[in-house]
Design a protein around this ligand. Sequence first.
Ligand code: MLT
Length: 280
Amino acid sequence: MRYIGTNIEIIANNHTISYTDEGPDNAPVIILTHGFPFNKSMWNKQIEVLIETYRVIAYDVRGHGNSTSGTDNFSIELFVNDLLDLMDALKIEKAMLCGLSMGGYIALNAVENFPKRFSALILCDTNCTADSPETREKRMKTIESIQENGLEQYANESLKNLFAPESFVTNKEKIEVVKEMIMETSVQSLSSTLIALSKRKETCTGLAKIRIPVLIVVGKEDQITPPDAALWMQKNIKGSILNIIEHAGHLSNIENSYDFNGQLRRFIASLYKRKTDHTN
Ligand code: MLT
């Protein structure tokens, strides 16, 4: 039986996952995987429009939002197993997968290791590289700083890099919402996820093997995973499409949800048009 709504809880891979499941029964499924350190509510503006046509699943990654942390050490591989177990628990054999930043790291790893479970991939403000030694070092310093100076200072520092400069004038309310999301994440989860991110493996060498349709989206002012990284992935994924979102930094789906949604909807619609064309 399918439960429809938001903040539904299910036990998968030894922890409780909180997820949203909305949209028509039997419609194509799209799964939305959020970035760090946010939660599934970062997709609210996409969920609103996608549920007219698609079954949309947005879930809280382990230790974020309302999903519990469980007892395993966090890693991208663990997060991928959580996603696959969620799909199994919901009896979803195949889905389109959309991930932003950390969600993109999870999505790339999932598609590389479980290619048969995904029909399309949407990579938003993300990249395929592993952390450089400097970035790893920076993450360890961030853990110390969160423990010493608290969450609010961490949140304020993070916001400076997450948003395009103009968003601090035009998108003040959205910045406050993102700040709340960051502050709602526990120090323990932040630290465990920073370690997981620092240890993640690169997925660049696997890009050439991707055989499903891929859309890559990036905010023009993204300082964390800049347009150059997106362009590199686009050149290395056969047939992939790249769209640069104006007036947006790292959180392009929030900062310019209008353009982001337009790109997303056009891409998904083209997949189903293609299928209909083939069957006619
Ligand atoms: C994210 O938005 O998920 C993070 O910026 C990813 C990262 O720190 O590498």
